[in-house]
Design a binder for this molecule. Sequence first.
Ligand SMILES: [Zn+2]
Length: 306
Amino acid sequence: MSIIHTFSGNNLDRGDSIRYDEKKLEKLFESSKVKILPFYELNPLIENSETPQLGWLTKEEFSNLKFSANLSRVLFLGFDQDQSPCFTFEAKKTIEYKNIDRNLSYFDSREIATEIPQNEAGILAQAKSNLDWNRKNKYCSSCGKNMKIFRGGIMRKCLSCNLEHFPRTDPVVIMLVYKDDQCVLGQTRLRQKSGFYSCLAGFMDQGESIEEAVKREVKEESGLEIGAIKYHSSQPWPFPSSLMIGCHAQAKSEKITIDKNEMTDVKWFPKEEVALALNNKSKILNVPGPIAIAHHLIKSWVYSSV
Ligand SMILES: [Zn+2]
C-alpha cells in the first residue's frame, strides 16, 4: 500500500542540472515568471483565502517590498508545473504586505500543513528544512571559517579549506509492534497527562540497517524481542529535517520492561480499544491524528492485515 503522507507529494522539479550553473540560477531569479515564498522564523507566508495556500510573491510584489535579496540569501526550490522558477528566503523581520491586495500572513508550519494542498505541504517541508539547514551551517564544521552557498542552497563550501557540506536528513524508525490482536503503544514524559500513546520510535544509529534500528529501539524502550519486520511507508518530517521510516514489527515476546529514562508508560492495547481511539471514541486512549505516520501505521494494522 502506498500512502502520500502530509509533507510528501512535493511536485516541484528540483532542477538538479541547472543548480551547477550559478549564472543561470541568477537569471532564473531575475525572470518575470519567478515565484518567491517568504518564511519568518521558519513559518511560511500563507494566502488566507477560502482555501489557504502558500503565499507565493510575484516578481513585481517582491520588488515592491524594497527588500534586498540575492542568491546569497535566497534558496532555489525548483520549477513548478508551469516551469516557473520557485525560490524561498527567510525574512529577518515580518514584512508588511499592505501594498499587496491579498490576504497574506505567516502561519505555523505544522498547523497549516493539513490546511493547504498536499503538494504545497511537500514544498513547505523542502523549503523549511533547507532554510533551517542553511541557517545553522554558516561556518565550516571542520575549520570554523565562513562558507558560501552553492547549487541554490543544497550545498555549502568552505572558503578556507574547500570542504563541501550537504544538507542532512535524519532517519527515524517508527514502528507499530504487534502480536496477534494486541499492539504496543508508548507514552513519553511530555504527553503523560493526556492519555496520549503512540508508536515506539527513535533515531537510527550510524552503521545500522533499518531492521537493526527497529529491533534495537523496541528492545531499549520496551524490552520486547522482535521477529518479522515489514516496511510500510515513509514521511518527511521537517522539524527540523527528519525522515520517518514506518514499519510493522511482530513481537516474539510479551513481557514489557520500560525504559524509564525515555518513556513513562509502554503497554499492550487490544485491537478493539485502538480502533475506538482512531475514531476518538476511547475513554482511556488517545492516538496521533492523520498528520502523523503513526496514525497510518496503527490504522493499517487495525483495518487490514500487515
Ligand atoms: Zn573549512
